[in-house]
Design a protein around this ligand. Sequence first.
Ligand code: BW8
Length: 317
Amino acid sequence: VNLCSLTSTLPVIPYQKLTDLHYLSKGGFGSVFKAQHSDWRTTVAIKCLKLDSPVGERERNCLLKEAEVLHKARFNYIIQIFGVCNEPEFFCIVTEYMSNGSLDQLLHDNNLYPLLAWSLRLRVLYEIALGVNFLHNMTPPLMHHDLKTQNILLDGEFHVKIADFGLSKWRQLSISKCSGSKPPEMGGTIIYMPPEEYEPSKSRCAVVKHDIYSYAIIMWEVLSRRIPFEEATNPMQVMFSVLRGIRPDIGLDCLPGDIPSRETLINLMTCGWTANPDERPCFLMCVIELEPMLRRFDEIDILEAVLEVKKSKGSST
Ligand SMILES: CNC(=O)c1cc(Oc2ccc(NC(=O)Nc3ccc(SCC(=O)O)c(F)c3)c(F)c2)ccn1
């Protein structure tokens, strides 16, 4: 990565400007902290290399590559990069802080968020599709290949931003020897991985239809608020079921009858997770299908849904 080309358009943030660090989570090779920027007076998230190990050239390059990708992929529904902090003893990416955490938490902390209106759930699905559609429209197209509810973040108004906590692709490639697909992170999940990727050797070079499979699983998860394949005791069981054509249950007890446009959503979901990648829709088609659904809700509906979630969150915390 050409450092000066990157930092010529991306702010370089001095380490001493990042104060009040709080540990958030550990990524594939880095750690994520919440911090304050002392001049910008705003909360940021920083993704940095392990502070203990000396910052190796490879790791540094990884993070630089990620910064470059994020810088090029600026869009409403992709996490925003503010800058990089590039000092001999400290190297990190600085992004916006997403105060409402991940979609995973929103969906499965049932006691925290008892009510989740359909209008907000559909806006979440629509914004994920807009974000991924943007990545696929880049030149060259950028594939995510690790879409999961843990990588979908929510800002203060519960708008979606697509993120990727994992290892960056470059480092993935060096590890997975260019299998074209990311090995599931240690302790990662395979429920969002399309069956053709189970055997990397067989995976066709055009892995364009990976993200849409993951998205279909996420659709089911958002509409059912259940964990896909929850009954499986180990990943192998999931893989065998999926290879036999088993998919999450689209019956009324998982997907209630009162879901608006239930029929269309289920068609989109089942097309998205079909075994043959060529039969899966592209994200442009996905977004066009979802647009009329969102138009049915007026802005007040969605704002009330956001208020309802904020109140339930406020009351239970
Ligand atoms: C409660 N709030 C939080 O805990 C919190 C944590 C947080 O930490 C980070 C999470 C992720 C990243 N990095 C990242 O998202 N990178 C990335 C790279 C490539 C692509 S697109 C192609 C592809 O996927 O390869 C992409 F969409 C994203 C980061 F820098 C910081 C940020 C905000 N809030």
